[in-house]
Every structure is written in structure tokens, then in C-alpha cells.
Ligand binder design. Structure first.
Ligand code: TMO
Length: 313
């Protein structure tokens, strides 16, 4: 058996040009880890898939905006979750400079925006319109925010521009940045007992939609350029006077040298595509079932072999 393989390999080597036999580099593929659960679990899932395929994989914890510059420079190899709302601008900026490639979309529709649990509607029946939210601002007031409503935005590195939006639309809200995703879930959990009205940053796909039914606030619809050109959106003098895209993409991105250095891993990355329910499930394993990310990834892979085995060469 062994001798036959060696003979075949020798025969192949004799006829095939070297490039056809190019193998993935043994250098580590560097996968970034950020600060929300689906990204952490998905990155571990993909790390385990690529390891299974023979790759050397290394994880680094990085800022979720600065990562696009790191990928462009080749310090980080890929990114599994480019959310249009939060990271579209940083991704486009890196693309314009060069060095980063779009490796295709997941089969998922994403949305990230101001959100409330359904019980909030009882205190503010005009919801989900942003104007109605604004008229109800005092319902959301706290000691901390005085007569303004409190809006708990995401951690600063998600660059949600909540403060800019409040100014651009002249809203009676004070924007507070959560220190972590966990702080958002704690805020919703604490409000649940006595059905306190709250408005916080949230997104889909996420585990939260299965735990707390809710809705996104409807802001003026996103238009391309709303974050770059003041004339776009209802306030002619301001940026960020629109909601985030309601049907945003979720992309994969990579360093443009990845294809040549790790051709097999790059081919697999091209095939990988997760759906909304799969992504929500990845988050749930950590945020509800309290598993460690590595363990959650192993469990997800075990339960979904039919999904990913066809992606490996
Ligand atoms: C980037 N995020 C999914 C947390 O909005």
C-alpha cells in the first residue's frame, strides 16, 4: 500500500507542474476573535475545520474595527463576520487601500440597531417608529440621564454612532455605551421582571431573539452614503441620520495573500456559509448554555457534520 502511494506520487511529480502540487504553508492561519458570541464561536468552528484539513491555526483577540487594517497588512489572515452595519465602513476603507479581499457572503440577512423587548410597547404604543420613541423619551429616563431617555448602545468598538444619530435627529436621548455584550443582556434581563421599558442595541442573527421577543426601532431607512455625505438622509447637515441597513450582509474577508499561501484553506473559506439559525445557535451555546467557545464549536461541529463536511477538500 505504502509503496503504491509512493509510486503514484513519484509518477505525479514527474508529470505535474510544481504549482499543481502546491501545499498550504505550515505557517499559522491567524483568526481574529472579537467581543460577541457568534463571532467567537464561528471563528472556533472555522479554526477547527481548517485544523481538521491540516492547517496550523492561531487565534488572536483584536479590536473589531482595527482588524481590517491588520488583515490588509497580512498580520491577521481572515475575518468570519463582516457585519454591514457595524463594519461595512472599515471594510470598504481597507478595500480601497488594498490588501483585503471579499470572500463572499454567508447565506444570512443581518440587522443591527436600536431595539426593545416587546413589553416596552405597552408604555410607548406608537413604536416601532423612531418619532414615537422620541415622544416617549421620558419613559426611558433614569437617574443617570435626567429628563432624557436612556439608550444603551453597544461597546464603543462597534462604532454604532448612537450619539451622532441622537444629535442628527434631535432626539431626547442620552447614549450610554455598554462595556460588553453581556451588559446588554443583563440590562434586558433586569428589565424583564417588572416589564420596565428599555431600548438597547441589539442585532440579528443572535440568541436573544429566541429568549426575548422584540422589535427594532424604525429609523429613516438606510441609504448608501448616510455615513459619508450629510445631504443623504432627512437632515441635510448631518451624517448618521439613518437607521442601519435592515437587510444587511454578513461577509467573509481575507488577506489577499491567503489564496497563494494557503490555497486549500482559502478554497474551504470560499465555500463556508452559515445561515441565520446556525449563527443564532452558535451564540446560544455560549450566551444561554454557558459553554466555553472552543467546546461550543466542537459541539456545533458534531451536531452539524452534514453542513460542513462537504466544505473540506
Ligand atoms: C457587530 N454586532 C453583531 C455585535 O453588531
Amino acid at each position: 500500500m505504502k509503496r503504491t502511494q509512493t509510486a503514484i506520487l513519484a509518477a505525479l511529480t514527474a508529470v505535474a507542474p510544481m504549482a499543481a502540487l502546491a501545499e498550504d504553508s505550515a505557517d499559522p492561519i491567524v483568526i481574529p476573535i472579537h467581543n460577541w458570541s457568534s463571532q467567537i464561536v464561528m471563528s472556533n468552528v472555522v479554526g477547527q475545520i481548517l485544523s481538521e484539513q491540516g492547517a496550523n491555526v492561531e487565534f488572536v483577540t483584536t479590536d473589531s474595527q482595527a482588524v481590517y487594517e491588520s488583515i490588509r497588512l497580512g498580520d491577521v489572515t481572515l475575518e468570519m463576520e463582516v457585519w454591514e452595519g457595524a463594519f461595512g465602513a472599515s471594510f470598504r476603507a481597507a478595500q480601497e487601500k488594498g490588501g483585503i479581499v471579499d470572500v463572499g457572503d454567508h447565506d444570512a440577512v443581518t440587522r443591527e440597531d436600536w431595539w426593545y423587548p416587546m413589553w416596552t410597547k405597552e408604555a410607548c404604543p406608537g413604536l416601532p417608529a423612531w418619532e414615537a420613541l422620541n415622544e416617549c423619551a421620558e419613559v426611558f429616563a433614569t437617574v443617570e440621564t435626567g429628563d432624557k431617555g436612556r439608550y444603551l448602545d453597544g461597546p464603543v468598538d462597534w462604532l454604532k454612532h448612537g450619539k451622532e444619530r441622537v444629535e442628527a435627529l434631535d432626539m431626547n436621548f442620552t447614549v450610554i455605551n455598554a462595556g460588553s455584550a453581556a451588559a446588554l443582556w443583563a440590562e434586558i434581563g433586569a428589565a424583564e421582571a417588572d416589564k420596565k421599558p428599555i431600548v438597547v442595541f441589539n442585532w440579528t442573527p443572535n440568541f436573544a431573539e429566541a429568549v426575548w421577543p422584540g422589535e427594532f426601532v424604525e429609523f429613516p431607512e438606510w441609504e448608501d452614503g448616510c455615513d459619508k455625505d450629510p445631504s443623504v438622509g432627512p437632515n441635510p447637515d448631518a451624517l448618521y441620520d439613518c437607521g442601519n441597513p435592515a437587510d444587511g450582509y454578513l461577509k467573509k474577508a481575507a488577506w489577499d495573500g491567503m489564496e497563494e499561501k494557503w490555497p486549500a484553506a482559502y478554497a474551504t473559506l470560499g465555500k463556508i456559509s452559515f445561515t441565520n439559525p446556525q449563527i443564532a445557535q452558535m451564540a446560544k451555546l455560549v450566551d444561554v448554555e454557558e459553554m466555553e467557545p472552543e467546546e461550543a464549536a466542537a459541539e456545533w461541529l458534531e451536531a452539524n457534520k452534514d453542513v460542513w463536511q462537504g466544505w473540506i477538500n
